[in-house]
Design a binder for this molecule. Structure first.
Ligand code: PEP
Length: 261
């Protein structure tokens, strides 16, 4: 059975004090009894708060992820953060290729691919983001864009490596807009990605890959999205900054999993 996972991307929000408050709230609410074994929960704070997150969440079932990393192993890259540094701060996951990185920092599929390879090499699980813009959707080219991104970000990945990544389908028009994809729209793309992976690797290869949906997921819409057969979890931005919202999404993921058996 695929991993069901909810990841909170705090983006460039929170400071030492407000971050500690939120981490302690999550720790208090998302107890092992509440989330059981069925859903993995990941919190991705900004880099300066990773140590704090490690201290607060260390003995809980919640894992820590980063929002980005550099693709080189180390060296003269002022201001950058390496995969090994993230590991040393207790990170297990790293988001790569988020649309905001692509848009504001000009990251290409090739760079995202190099980051994902480096993450795996350091023992991190990359959460690799893909997704079309509104113009691309309206032009009817969503599946072409997704196909191009999937082949670009997974260049050089063999079947064993595929099993160690998480994909996140995040339609750019749904991120931070309050306008989520409908469950049917998201399901269609998730199914398409699995079929592509089956074609490229081997029949059934796509069935084993965890694929998250991201884009204005909230406690109120999470259950319907997460009940779709090919949507394994959520990458949550805005709603991850509010303990009640985020834990509501985790609860919805637990209910969806129970329902699917
Ligand atoms: C995100 O940043 O990955 C995201 C999905 O943001 P939001 O939930 O705010 O749309």
């Amino acid at each position: 059975m695929r991993t069901r996972l909810i990841a909170g991307n705090w983006k460039m929000n929170m400071d030492r004090h407000s971050g500690a408050v939120l981490l302690n709230e999550l720790k208090g609410i998302l107890t092992p009894d509440r989330i059981g074994q069925s859903v993995s929960v990941v919190v991705c704070p900004p880099f300066p708060l990773l140590g704090l997150a490690g201290d607060i969440l260390g003995s809980t079932p919640l894992s820590i992820g980063a929002q980005n990393m550099h693709h080189e192993k180390g060296g003269a890259y002022t201001g950058e953060i390496s995969a090994d540094m993230l590991v040393s701060f207790g990170c297990r996951y790293v988001i790569v290729g988020h649309s905001e990185r692509r848009r504001y920092f000009h990251e290409t599929d090739e760079i995202v691919n190099r980051k994902a390879l480096r993450a795996l090499g350091s023992g991190l699980t990359p959460i690799i983001c893909i997704g079309e813009t509104l113009e691309e959707r309206e032009a009817g080219s969503t599946m072409d864009i997704i196909e191009r991104q999937v082949s670009g970000v997974l260049e050089g990945f063999d079947r064993a490596m595929l099993d160690r990544v998480i994909l996140a389908y995040e339609p750019v028009w749904a991120i931070g807009t309050g306008k989520n994809a409908t469950p049917a729209q998201a399901q269609e793309v998730h199914r398409f990605v699995r079929d592509l992976l089956d074609e490229r690797y081997s029949p059934e290869a796509g069935e084993g890959v965890t694929i998250l949906y991201g884009g204005s997921m909230k406690a109120e819409n999470a259950y319907d999205l997460l009940s779709e057969p090919d949507i394994d979890g959520g990458l949550v931005g805005g709603a991850s900054l509010d303990a009640r919202q985020f834990t509501g999404i985790v609860d919805a993921a637990c209910r969806a999993r129970e329902h699917q058996g």
